[in-house]
Design a protein around this ligand. Sequence first.
Ligand SMILES: [Zn+2]
Length: 211
Amino acid sequence: MLRDVPHARFERHVTLLGRRYALVLDQRRGPVMVWGARAFRAIRSEQDKRPVPLLEDGHRRWWLFEDRIWAGDGDLDTDDVLALVRDRSRRRRRRVAHARAALAHDRAHRDAGGHATRTDRRGRRRDPERPPTGPTADRATPADRRHRRPIPVDVRRAVWTRDDGRCTACGTDFDLQFDHVIPIATGGADTVENLQVLCGPCNRAKGATVG
Ligand SMILES: [Zn+2]
């Protein structure tokens, strides 16, 4: 969709015709686009305000925004790119907030002399020999739970893989659950389309807004 291209950079060349700025996306391929000094200055000042398209190859378009180079699908426009970049930093901030909350929780727990049940969980998650098995708990109302079969394993696996083993709202890999986008109680099904991975805090926040 949209990703930053950390190795991309601009090279400045001094030529007989003045300064030239060349965009290099990949060191082996060399420059893919060259601008004169005035055009480049215009791009540089514009990209402080909004994403500026640099070039496209039919499938993808490259953008300069806030001193970073981004590669996105060819159909994304300026507002799409802006929205995706902002969404990305919002997710990152939320992830940091979650991580800090988890750390504070661990510390409080340890200070209280409790045994960290989370340590097992976290250790298991990080063990490279054992791939994550996915969330085990699904948050359901007691009424739901009485009438419900467990979510089929292949559905759980597909949802987990699609969501990359992370909360789809904030990106954390901590305290994860399967969430029904449309609740079972209002006709939602145990399908891949109707399920998503959420962390406990995001699931509770969703519950609070949905009612
Ligand atoms: Zn979350």
